[in-house]
Design a protein around this ligand. Structure first.
Ligand code: ADP
Ligand code: MG
Length: 685
């Protein structure tokens, strides 16, 4: 067989068949190189303790060596419950060890032999006890006796399996490319690549781990900065149509409400950008409900007044449809010709739309990814707006921007409701200018949020009924679509039907989820928006953008299955009108950390604070995880802790680029910087 390399598929490894390969692929693991770059989420301290059994601390997991004092015996305490018990000793004390339904350990624990045990001790003196510890023969050192990596997992992939796979990949460590030039490494005292990759998986000590981590964080930030600078530079040479009109007075005068100060400021910033001959590149960031859509409409208005077409791209059909309605209301009266382009339209409808766009007969096109497809060409595209930008890749933004025709680029406004702490925003969106809506329209009262245990369901249903009785509407959000889900989470389809038939037979219950046909989805949403259904049972398809001001209560089932920022987004669907609104987070979780997180969410409505909390708990890798395609995956950097590295890495990147502007003398670095953006779909070329 060929020797293994970084590109050897995982199926070559012991223990990986087709099913496991598929599960691993879900984690993004296909080749050995992927494994080495798959960093642990955290570590367990399983280093061997030497103080002797009596002095080991209780209630916290410890690892120690002990000898099996007598054969373990199994007894049956009741049907389906077996108890296997025995005693282990060291020179100074003893522990009574119990396993439940694990009678096979009898054959593995031999009297008179030494093992490493890892688990929590309880009790004192001769009554020290341990339940179901992990163990292995002394000196084996595979899972005990050191610092154990804990990897992010998925169904069918255990931590033990991952550990054994990463071990098998270690022989390729010396093929890992060293991206950092040696003088830079020396200057910043950074570990060499191979050493860092080894220690991040199997650290011999906490110090060595810290050193490895510092190098990898630095590398990540350094390459990110290089990549962003190259992107920005590429863009600097581009030209755009300068908008001739920047006066928003007619637009604002026609609005049913005055703009908030933040909206007015953001609109003015955009207007000033668009008057220039270089393309605007602006991120409009504002918490859910802060009124980003109106700012988008203001920009589209200026485009039209300046004789240009505008495109507004939304991540879902639901949202596109809704934006179409909003834009028709705000801009239709001025005479703008507004149309929809979405994937669910018939081929003939699409063709007609394409023709009208190319002929300049549409002023504002609202759509989904369909806007990016072949055949969509504009007569004079001056402005591209993407909503909920984190759902699109950088490349998709770029693809739309490239449709302007000719050498001119459209102005670009991207909108995001995922509040990103400023430091992070600057790093991630280093190529963009930033406008922030830091103020909600007046008259909103904060959504009262409660964390509720499932056994209070009866009272909750009564509360739902009461809200509907007051003429309000209710969202019930489930984590799953249907009951195939293995964890038995609430599923929109079944639960919706159950609620309709058994709990609220007299009320009108609608169902909406991502597996419905676009038509069904639209019908369900439209019925809810029109007040024809009282309760909408859904999945997270309603997470972004849906705007039904009459909805005053949101119930989130199995709330612990969602990230904090996601819960905050969901919660933003209520509290959009004048009615006092509520959000009920249902969770049966007993996990302290989980409950603490949910309580934190209940206690604040500040999206930025929530994002910071989320970031702290999960790290940017997860925070920007699979959902946030637009961003390079920052795997290790936790920005709070690593601000020093951020500055150092930025300065170092700028210095390097000054000396070697296109990185031609640093090929590995250039490849790595490109890779960061390739993973997110963009390219530097
Ligand atoms: P988001 O920023 O979450 O996209 P939207 O643009 O959907 O927020 O706006 C939320 C709601 O607030 C909409 O119903 C919109 O009509 C309303 N709204 C926006 N701006 C104002 C304002 N200045 N005064 C009052 N209501 C506003
Ligand atoms: Mg919105």
């Amino acid at each position: 067989m060929d020797p293994i390399t970084l590109h050897t598929p995982l199926t070559r490894l012991a223990g990986v068949g087709p099913a496991r390969a598929a599960a691993l692929a879900k984690l993004g693991l296909k080749e050995l190189g992927d494994l080495l770059a798959y960093f642990p989420r955290e570590y367990e301290d399983r280093t061997l303790r030497h103080e002797g059994i009596p002095r080991l601390p209780a209630d916290t997991p410890v690892c120690f060596s002990a000898v099996v004092a007598e054969p373990f015996v199994t007894s049956r305490i009741r049907k389906g419950m077996e108890l296997t018990k025995g005693r282990i000793v060291d020179g100074s004390g003893q522990v009574s060890v119990t396993f439940f339904n694990q009678s096979y350990v009898r054959q593995m624990l031999h009297p008179g032999q030494s093992y490493y045990f890892y688990g929590k001790l309880t009790g004192l003196g001769p009554r020290r006890q341990m339940v179901s510890p992990q163990f292995e023969p002394e000196g084996k050192g595979e899972f005990t006796g050191g610092i154990l990596p804990v990897y992010p997992l998925t169904a069918g992939i255990s931590n033990r399996l991952l550990i054994s796979l990463v071990r098998q990949a270690l022989p390729c460590l010396d093929q890992v490319e060293e991206t950092l030039p040696e003088d830079l490494r020396r200057q910043h005292r950074l570990a060499p690549a191979a050493e860092a990759y080894l220690a991040i998986h199997f650290p011999p000590s906490w110090d060595v781990l810290a050193r490895a981590r510092r190098r990898l964080v630095f590398e990540e930030l350094f390459c990110l900065n290089l990549g962003l600078t190259l992107l920005r530079r590429r863009r600097a040479g581009q030209e755009a149509i300068p908008f001739s009109q920047t006066d928003l007075t007619p637009f604002t005068a026609a609005l049913p409400f005055p703009l908030t100060r933040a909206q007015a400021r953001a609109a003015a910033e955009a207007a000033a950008d668009m008057a220039q001959g270089v393309p605007m590149n602006r991120l409009l960031q504002g918490d859910v409900g802060s009124g980003k859509t109106v700012v988008a409409a203001a920009c589209a208005y200026l485009a039209w007044r300046s004789g240009c077409q505008a495109a507004l791209m939304a991540p879902t059909e639901l949202l596109a449809q809704q934006h179409l309605n909003t834009m028709a209301g705000l801009l239709g009266p001025f005479g703008l010709r507004i149309a929809l382009l979405s994937g669910s339209m018939t081929a003939a409808q699409k063709r007609a739309c394409h023709a009208a766009l190319a002929a300049g007969e549409i002023d504002l096109i609202v759509g989904t990814h369909a806007l990016l497809s072949q055949g969509v060409d504009f007569a004079r595209l001056g402005l591209v707006i993407t909503d909920e930008q984190h759902r699109f890749g950088v490349d998709q933004r770029a693809a739309l921007a490239a449709k302007s025709g000719g050498d001119l680029r459209p102005h670009v406004l991207v909108m995001s409701a995922t509040p990103i702490p400023r430091t992070l925003a600057l790093m991630i969106y280093g190529e963009l200018d930033l406008s922030v809506l830091d103020e909600l329209p007046p008259g909103r009262s904060p959504v009262a949020t409660y964390l509720v245990h499932g056994d209070k369901r009866g009272r909750l249903y009564a509360f739902v009924r009461k809200q509907v009785g007051l003429g309000r509407q209710v969202y019930i959000v489930c984590p799953a679509v249907d009951q195939e889900d293995p964890e038995g989470m609430k599923a929109a389809e079944q639960y919706g039907r159950q609620l309709q038939q058994q709990v609220f037979p007299d009320l009108r219950v609608g169902i909406v989820h991502g597996r419905q046909k676009p038509k069904e989805k639209q019908a369900a949403m439209a019925a809810f928006a029109a007040g024809q259904t009282d309760i909408l049972v859904s999945t997270t398809v309603i997470e972004v953008g849906v705007d039904v001001p009459n909805a005053s209560l949101m119930v989130i089932e199995d709330a612990d299955h969602f990230g904090l920022s996601q819960l905050h987004q969901l919660r933003g669907r209520v509290g959009r009108g004048k009615h006092q609104s509520y959000c009920v987070l249902l969770s049966d979780s007993r996990n302290d950390l989980t409950r603490q997180r949910l309580k934190a969410l209940a206690a604040t409505t500040d999206g930025f604070a929530i994002a910071e909390e989320d970031l702290k708990l999960r790290g940017p890798g997860d925070f920007f995880g699979a959902r946030q395609h637009g961003l390079p995956q920052l795997k290790l950097a936790s920005l709070e802790e690593d601000m020093v590295s951020v500055h150092q890495a930025q300065a170092a990147a700028q210095a390097l680029l000054a000396a070697d502007p296109d990185l031609s003398a640093h090929a590995p670095l250039r490849r790595r910087a490109e890779q960061l953006f390739r993973a997110s779909g963009d390219s530097l070329n």
